[in-house]
Ligand binder design. Structure first.
Ligand SMILES: [Zn+2]
Length: 81
């Protein structure tokens, strides 16, 4: 019997902020919070997620900044980072 397994990556947008100044391009734009999930696949079907990362990205220049789980929770509550 052959067992096919591997890894996959999925990214999804989970929130948007109000306008903030981007430290990379200098524009005041909405930032987008992305969740990146690394998954273990069995027979090409995602079985479980073994890692999650959060990135805050500028909607103009796409510069990204990694957030910790605590920073992500603050962002979701609308608190200033
Ligand atoms: Zn930017």
């Amino acid at each position: 019997m052959i067992v096919l397994f591997g890894r996959g990556r999925k990214t999804r947008e989970i929130a948007r902020s109000g306008r903030r100044r981007c430290p990379h391009c200098g524009n005041r734009v909405p930032f987008i919070l992305h969740e990146l999930q690394d998954k273990f696949n069995l027979f090409l079907i995602p079985v479980f997620t073994y890692r999650k990362q959060y990135f805050l990205g500028c909607s103009i220049c796409n510069a990204g900044f990694e957030l910790s789980e605590a920073d992500k929770e603050e962002f979701m509550r609308g608190e200033k980072l």
